[in-house]
Write a protein that binds this ligand. Structure first.
Ligand code: SF4
Length: 510
């Protein structure tokens, strides 16, 4: 959207007003594929009726069914995979004007330049030292030679990407193969955006996501995301910092860091404790009120990471760690390892290091071979761990995943009843734990009038990530006539429901 916007396209969410229709797709599970195909077909009707000139399909479905999309849906004029984002301009018949001069306070260098200006392995970034070892490692500070062009991650002069040894090993083991995906290109995406890539924010003005890494090297047998997104690769440290600074300068007050696995951040750049170092740097940006990250991998929650969360007031006391299951035998077949005992120790460590932290996780039920005993192990674990937020998802049997070849597939009915059972259990746990919030005074971010009724406002605390967790409904604005979306207020929790809370406003939070 940012590229199209900068190239002069006017963006609209109203399909009847559009000349060019772009469907951004997902294809990691069956339901996502179905939704993507249904939307493409719906948009194709708009094209045949003559209201739109072009139909472009972008995203993960293209990585998987590139040829088939164009063969089966002739209304589609062009496809744009996840590794070729910039080709959306050509597909739309637009060209890119010259990028405006960078306003980044950083000078970004190649490793060779860093070695010249900063001999030895250590580079200095603000108050942090980190080791520059890979081709894409960078150094900042006064006196460095500016050379933004040669560090472009996707330009002709971009240096070769250095992956993590795990990624290279998994590649040799065939983790990223797409051979049996008809029509998929064999080239894995290597694309990474940077701070100079134009962005068009669709989130409320006060909040933004920043993707800090792309791809994944983990071997989870149920998952085809690595085949779709490629090997794990981190964005440059300074690029993320520069983007965060520019977002905050534009009025963003809450930043959520994302990536398929945020906790591996920087390993391919030779950074130790990369995510902790990045958080530490970002937390120092003036006027950034809330900073969080999603999708932590359980065995990568280090003491340093927890220390960093605890240390900064503006790092939300919130941890999202998808565990997928708790039975060690299911986790073993999932190729994730660990089990309930290890996870409980991790949770204990997290809660001890960051008192009051909110924990979110997600589980998959119905993995091939999952027994009733495995579900009991998961159930006991959920009772013991008492997560603040929890999602249970039904296993989706995905062609191209290692689990596709496994025997012991369960009937859909069984999977659904296990899912419902666990969600009911969590509802009870959530209801009890939310009661303990009543009476607490917390800072909330007002998001706007409730979709259900204009008599209520919706808000979030630092313990609620955008879009995924419960809500705080404001039914009393106290002495204020009205609230403003995107502003922070002090509020008192007055009621608790299964997942949602009700609060009254005490005063603006300065
Ligand atoms: S860590 Fe997440 S994205 Fe990576 S393979 Fe496992 S489930 Fe898929």
């Amino acid at each position: 959207m940012g590229l199209l916007d900068r190239a002069g396209a006017r963006l609209t969410a109203d399909v009847d007003k559009a000349d060019i229709l772009v469907v951004n797709t997902c294809s990691f599970i069956d339901t996502a594929k179905q939704e993507s195909v249904d939307t493409i077909l719906e948009m194709a009707r708009h094209k045949t009726s003559g209201s739109a000139r072009k139909l472009i399909v972008a995203g993960c479905l293209v990585e998987r069914y590139r040829d088939e999309i164009q063969k089966s849906i002739p209304e589609v004029d062009a496809v744009v995979g996840t590794g070729e984002l910039e080709s959306i301009l050509e597909a739309a018949g637009l060209s890119m004007p010259a990028a405006p001069a960078s306003t980044s306070p950083f000078t970004i260098l190649t490793t060779a330049q860093a070695a010249v200006t900063h001999p030895g392995k250590e580079s200095q970034s603000g108050t942090h030292k980190y080791t520059a070892q890979s081709d894409r490692a960078v150094a900042v500070g006064p006196g460095f030679i500016p050379d933004i062009e040669s560090t472009k991650e996707n330009g002709a002069s971009a240096p070769a990407i250095a992956y993590r040894p795990e990624g290279d090993l998994r590649e040799q083991q065939g983790r990223f193969r797409r051979d049996d995906w008809q029509g998929a290109t064999h080239l894995l995406p290597t694309y990474l955006y940077d701070e100079s890539t134009p962005r068009f924010l669709t989130t409320p003005r006060s909040s933004a996501y920043i993707k800090i890494a792309e791809g994944c090297d983990h071997p989870c047998t149920f998952c085809v995301i690595p085949n779709l997104r490629g090997k794990f690769r981190s964005r440059r440290f300074e690029s993320v910092v520069a983007e965060a600074q520019s977002l905050v300068a534009r009025g963003v007050q809450e930043i959520t860091l994302i990536g398929q696995d945020t906790t591996c951040y920087g390993e391919d750049l030779g950074l130790k404790d990369g995510l902790a170092t990045l958080l530490d740097e970002l937390a120092r940006i003036p006027n950034l009120r809330w900073l969080r990250f999603l999708y932590a991998y359980p065995n990568r929650i280090t003491g340093k990471l927890l220390e960093t969360i605890a240390k900064h007031d503006n790092i939300c006391k919130y941890l999202d760690v998808p565990l997928q299951h708790a039975s060690s035998s299911v986790l073993k077949t999932m190729k994730r390892g660990a089990g309930a005992d290890i996870f409980l120790k991790t949770i204990q460590k997290v809660r001890a290091a960051v008192p009051g932290i909110a924990l979110r996780t997600s589980f998959i039920v119905g993995f091939p071979g999952e027994t009733a005993e495995d579900v009991t192990v998961l159930e006991d674990f959920i009772k013991e761990a008492k997560f603040d937020w929890l999602g249970v998802f039904s296993y989706s049997h995905e062609e191209g995943s290692a689990a596709y070849a496994l025997e012991g597939q369960l009937p859909k009915r069984t999977i659904e009843s296990r899912r419902r059972h666990l969600m009911k259990l969590q509802q009870k746990i959530s209801k009890q734990s939310k009661q303990q919030w009543v009476g607490r005074e917390l800072v909330v971010l007002a998001e706007g009038e409730s979709e259900e009724t204009p008599l209520l406002w919706e808000a979030r605390t630092q313990f609620h990530a955008p879009e995924i967790d419960g809500k705080v409904y404001i039914n009393d604005t106290g002495e204020l006539d009205k609230l403003e979306p995107g502003r922070f207020y002090k509020a008192q929790i007055t009621e608790a429901h299964d997942y949602d809370l009700v609060a009254r406003i005490l005063s603006p939070a300065l």
